[in-house]
Every structure is written in C-alpha cells, then in structure tokens.
Design a protein around this ligand. Structure first.
Ligand code: ATP
Length: 270
C-alpha cells in the first residue's frame, strides 16, 4: 500500500534548475534515487544540498526541470498522498510550543489517518517502532519545546519514521547528536534502506557518509560534481578539489574512515 511494490523509476530530478531570491542555486541537476538505497548528499556550505532535498520533496517550484516520483511530477501530486510516501526532515527545526513528545511523533501518522478516524493498531505500532528506533521513549511525556537540540533532532526523526515513508529525505539528521546517537541513527537509516525504503541524507561527516551510505552525491555550486560508491568518490584528490582540505583516510575492520585534517591551502602534511 505504501507503493513499495511499484516498479517505476523512483524519485528523480530531471534538469532541475532552481532560483531563490534572484540567485541561481541549482543548475540542471539530474539525479535519481532508487529503492533500497541510502544516499549521502555531501558538499561544501552553500552548494545547494538543502535546496535539492527540498526540491526532491516537492517543496520548491523549480525554475526549470522537474522532480518525478514513479514518473509523476511531485508538484502536481496530492500533498497527502505524497506525504504518505515521502517524508522530508528539515534542518534544525525546533518545536516552539509545549506539545508532549508523544503527540508530536503522532503527527507523523497524519498522512495515513482520516479526519476524526480511529487510531488503528497499525498507527500505534508505527509510533512505537519510531520511538524505539530513535531512543525517544524516555522523552515521551516531556514538552517538545524543552528538549535539547540533539533530543529534538531524534524526536523529529521519530515523527518522520512514524509515517513509515518509502522515501525519507533527511537534512543533516545527525547534526547535534552525540557520537552514540550519530552511529545509532546512521545504522537505523541504513537498516531502513536495507529493508526496502530509500533514504537520502545531507551529511557533513564524511566518515559517516563513507561507512553508512551505498552512494554519495557530491554537490558543488549547485551542480552534481560526482556520484557513486563512497570509496570511489571520497578520494584525496576530490576532497581537496571539493572542500579544499587534505584528509587522513584508511580502514578500520574493513570499513573506511575519512578524517579531514588540514586546509589544503596551508600545505600542512597529513
Ligand atoms: N531563500 C533564499 N534566497 C536567496 N538565496 C538562497 C535562499 N535559500 C538559499 N539560498 C542560497 O542558495 C545556496 C544554497 O543553499 P543551501 O541551503 O541549499 O546550501 P547547502 O548546501 O545546504 O549549505 P549548508 O551546508 O551550509 O547547509 C546558498 O548560497 C544560499 O545562500
């Protein structure tokens, strides 16, 4: 029912150009997210990652090009139907009124519920799973407006997961999380993708991108500079070209790490 069995082409941007405030922010972006993949969207500040994610979620009217979900333009889809399939997790949202955390997470079920409809066992199970997956059970009765930044991020992820979206577009989902929760959330997102959902996450931590993503898309200056498996993409030369840094790279137990070490322009040895 969630469209998981569609055989369409997934979520795709075609020739996507976006202008904001009179500035060209994305230029002719072509990318497609397939089912069951975890994609890291990386690139320097201002490259257009947030804008691309918002455009993929149908939240921005492009200047040219379009975003299609299984062949249908997202901007023309019924918002509720779209929301039942696709969740967009914005960057740095903070609830401003003291709704209990549990109530906030329940809002994630809204696209699946009828007005005045009964709460179903599926609703309850989805909310319980989302709160367990994000470790937010202990926060359930707290006012959402009182939480720390990291707790808030996990609660908002729980709200997104409660809707059991096939497509989860998460803008910096681990920003502000402590190391335990960064690893936990990344593993959970990877698990979602492994179970047939699709996750696209904006990330600044290159080791998390390298370890948990099946693919990374590198944005620079509103264009896609590279796309592919992290080991192929996150090379010394590219990190220098894209971020202007030199990095210490290696493997631990067969998994890659990427540790930005020095500004490339300073010539400091790694
Ligand atoms: N409403 C707006 N009006 C004008 N310019 C905008 C607007 N929103 C974003 N921009 C510009 O578009 C560019 C891309 O912004 P975006 O937030 O997509 O970048 P980002 O890659 O997510 O950056 P960061 O890593 O800093 O979060 C930036 O130069 C930004 O200043």
């Amino acid at each position: 029912m969630n469209g998981r069995h569609h055989t369409g082409e997934g979520l795709a941007a075609r020739g996507l150009t976006v202008d904001l405030g009179g500035r060209r922010v994305l230029t002719g972006v072509d990318c497609a997210l397939a089912r069951s993949e975890m994609v890291g969207l990386i690139g320097p500040n201002g490259a257009g990652k947030t804008t691309l994610l918002r455009a993929l979620a149908g939240l921005i009217a492009p200047t040219a090009g379009e975003v299609v979900l299984d062949g249908r333009p997202v901007r023309r889809m019924d918002r509720r139907r779209l929301a039942a399939q696709l969740a967009h997790l914005a960057q740095g949202e903070r609830p401003h009124w003291p709704m209990a955390v549990r109530e906030l997470v329940w809002l994630g079920r809204a696209p699946h519920r009828r007005a005045f409809g009964r709460v179903t066992a599926d609703d309850r199970a989805a909310v319980a799973r989302a709160m367990a997956a994000t470790g937010t059970d202990a926060l359930a009765d707290r006012p959402a407006s009182d939480l720390s930044a990291g707790e808030t991020a996990r609660v908002l992820l729980a709200r997104a997961l409660a809707g059991e979206p096939d497509w989860l577009l998460a803008d910096e989902p681990v920003a502000g999380l402590d190391p335990y929760h960064q690893l936990d959330v990344m593993a959970k997102l990877h698990g979602l993708a492994a179970s047939g959902r699709t996750v696209a996450a904006v990330l600044h931590d290159l080791t998390l991108a390298a370890r948990f993503c099946d693919r990374v898309i590198v944005l620079t200056d509103g264009r896609i500079a590279a796309s592919g498996p992290p080991r192929e993409i996150l090379t010394d030369a590219r990190l220098r070209a894209v971020y202007g840094v030199r990095a210490v790279t290696g493997e631990q137990h067969g998994e890659p790490f990427v540790l930005p070490w020095a500004r490339a322009d300073l010539g400091t040895p790694c």
